[in-house]
Every structure is written in C-alpha cells, then in structure tokens.
Ligand binder design. Structure first.
Ligand code: ADP
Ligand code: MG
Length: 330
C-alpha cells in the first residue's frame, strides 16, 4: 500500500528523518511511536505530500508521491498535528469546503459529508461553529475531514494530544472503528496508546527506525525478558570462565560482567530469552562453577524500559537541538 524507501529529510544540516524504510500493508492500524522530535510529523508530512524529501522515495499504491502527487494523494486522508480547521465556519460548512478541495463531485458531496459526520460521531454538532466546540469534538471534525472521500489510508498525527482522558478514550475508540474499513497510521509519543490501538508498531528515534513489529510480538518479547544480577566471589575463577559457566545455563541468552566494588568479587548480569524464569538455572550454574553467590536479584524489563532504552539518547539530543534552534530564532 505505502512503501517508504531510504527516506531522508534534512533541515539545514540537521537530519530529521534518516534513511527510513518501511512498508505499510492494507487493513491494519499502524503506530509511529517515538519521543518528541523523533521525526514522526516530518515523515507524515512527506508521505502525505505536504513536504518534499531530501532523498528517498514514497510510493502509495504504486504512485510516487513526488512524481504523481494527484494519484498518490487520492488514497490518503490526513489529520496533521495542527488540524487545518476554520473556527468561524460551522462543521457542515467546513466539511463541504474540505470535500470540494478534495475534488469530490458536487452531487456526491452532501452524502459524503453526512457519512463522515456519522462515522466521526459529530452529526449532533454539524450546525455549530467550530470555535464553539470542545477540543475533543474539534479533533473529531478533523478526523471527519480526513475520512471524506473514503481514502484507503488515514494518517493521524498525534490525534489524542491535548485531549482530556474521556475524550482520549472516545477518539481511540473512533480510531479502532476506522481501522475496520481503512488502513490507519497514527503517531504518538505515548507507548500505552500505541500498544492499545495499533496492530503494528514502528519505533522511531532520531529519524531512524529502531524497531518494527506486531504489537503483540513486541509486548511478549519485551515484557517477558528477565535479567538476573549477581555478585559472586570469584576466587581463582577467570572472568571468561564465569561468562562461559552462566552462558551454558538453560534459558540464558547473554552474560555481562563488571568489576564489583567488593574485592575479589565480580558483578554479573545474565539476560534470559523471552518469558524464561532462569533463576534456578543461574544459581546452579554458579554453584557448579565453584562460585559463591553473595547477591542475586531479578529484574523484569517492561516495554516502557525498552522504549526508553531505544529512544532515551535521542530525547536528550533533541532537547539540546530544540533549545539551540529556539535560541537562534529569537
Ligand atoms: P516529531 O513529530 O516526532 O515530534 P518532528 O518531525 O516534528 O518530530 O521533528 C523532527 C526534528 O526536526 C526535530 O528535531 C525538529 O526540531 C526538527 N524540525 C521539524 N520541523 C522543522 C523545521 N521546519 N525546520 C527546522 N527543523 C525542524
Ligand atoms: Mg510531531
């Protein structure tokens, strides 16, 4: 459906999107997950033809967004981070206007607008001025605009940002129902939102794709993995023998060692494969290798931990850059 290949976007010498490649297949809800500044909006603006890329290609249903923008854009409905709403129009006036801009024929416009209102649950506010609506309703109007003309793919940039908890639940429900008839791509910096709504997750950090998987897979991989930290008295045993002893224990995938602050002792961190309880195997491995276990603690890595690990360096970098850029502008 959508194919992004080696997409790069530079603002001056700052790389906002860095050699990003990914595929979007029909019929699923995709999440772009990443901290602020990761490049989610930039990527979405390029996919939807609002922004030119520095390098790389985006094709939608076989049409290159830069070479055949008309044909490519026909397949896409977009709700940008800041929805392009006109506060002094009524909901109906605005949607009719949006339908006209999308080239929906006059004879079909009213019906399309009605359907978009029903789907988005805004029929009861159709005659109200947009400026008098709550933020939750305004976001639904933005979504109605995106689904006008029944595009195959609906792209929503941070659709729940700034909403209160009740509105967030409503908009998430709406997105789930859109997913039944459309391919949906939404972005968020909130892990729980993506894992709740999306079938497939792309984690983006510093403009790069750092993880891509089915949400379920991502959750089991990451939630289940266990780590055991030990402090062992090594005696005459060499570090490489310690690593090898723990490495042979059932269920262990990886072993790291570091010097302990206690003389003659070594700190060991043992990583398990997913969903394995390796405590017993680790303890027995230590005893068999003649190591005295002084301490042993387990740690489960949550999806939140993994997300932070994958993206934390990024967040710091971008904060610095934003500060610099902000300073330059003022
Ligand atoms: P996200 O949507 O993930 O928060 P963005 O795509 O908005 O990230 O931004 C990615 C990076 O590009 C950030 O470091 C941001 O400061 C920078 N950036 C975005 N838009 C511009 C612009 N118009 N000019 C310069 N830098 C920009
Ligand atoms: Mg953004």
């Amino acid at each position: 459906m959508i194919k992004i290949e080696h997409l790069t976007k530079k603002y001056g010498n700052h790389t906002a999107v860095d050699d990003l490649s990914l595929d979007i297949e029909p019929g699923r809800i995709y999440g772009f997950l990443g901290p602020n500044g990761a490049g989610k909006s930039t990527t979405m603006n390029i996919i939807t033809g609002y922004l030119a890329a520095t390098a790389g290609t985006v094709t939608i249903d076989g049409h290159d967004i830069f070479k055949e923008p008309g044909k490519a854009k026909q397949h896409i409905g977009y709700l940008p981070e800041i929805p392009p709403l006109y506060p002094d129009m009524t909901v109906l006036e605005y949607l009719e206007f949006a339908a006209e801009l999308k080239g929906i024929p006059r004879t079909k416009r009213m019906q399309e607008v009605d359907e978009a209102c029903i789907t988005s649950g805004i029929t009861d506010v159709a005659d109200r001025l947009i400026k008098n609506l709550s933020k939750g309703y305004r976001q639904r109007v933005g979504i109605a605009q995106a689904i006008l003309g029944a595009p195959d793919v609906i792209i929503l940039d941070e659709p729940t940002a700034g909403l209160d908890p009740a509105q967030i639940i409503e908009v998430r429900d709406l997105i789930r129902s859109l997913g039944k008839e459309h391919t949906v791509i939404l972005s968020s910096h909130i892990l729980s939102e993506i894992s709740e709504v999306c079938n497939y997750v792309f984690i983006i950090s510093k403009g790069k794709l750092v993880a891509a998987d089915e949400t379920e897979e991502l959750l089991t991989h990451m939630n289940g993995s266990q780590e055991v930290d030990l402090v062992v008295r090594a005696g005459q045993t060499q570090t490489e023998d310690i690593i090898s002893a723990f490495g042979k224990a059932d269920g262990v995938e990886n072993v790291e060692t570091s010097d302990s602050f206690e003389p003659g002792c070594i700190s060991v961190r043992v990583h398990a494969g997913k969903e394995r309880d390796i405590r017993e195997a680790v303890f027995k491995a230590a005893v068999n290798a003649g190591l005295t276990v002084l301490e042993m603690t387990t740690r489960s890595r949550s999806l939140e931990d993994v997300f932070l690990e994958l993206t934390s360096a990024d967040e710091k970098d971008n904060t610095d850059e934003t500060t610099e850029e902000g300073g330059d502008e003022e």
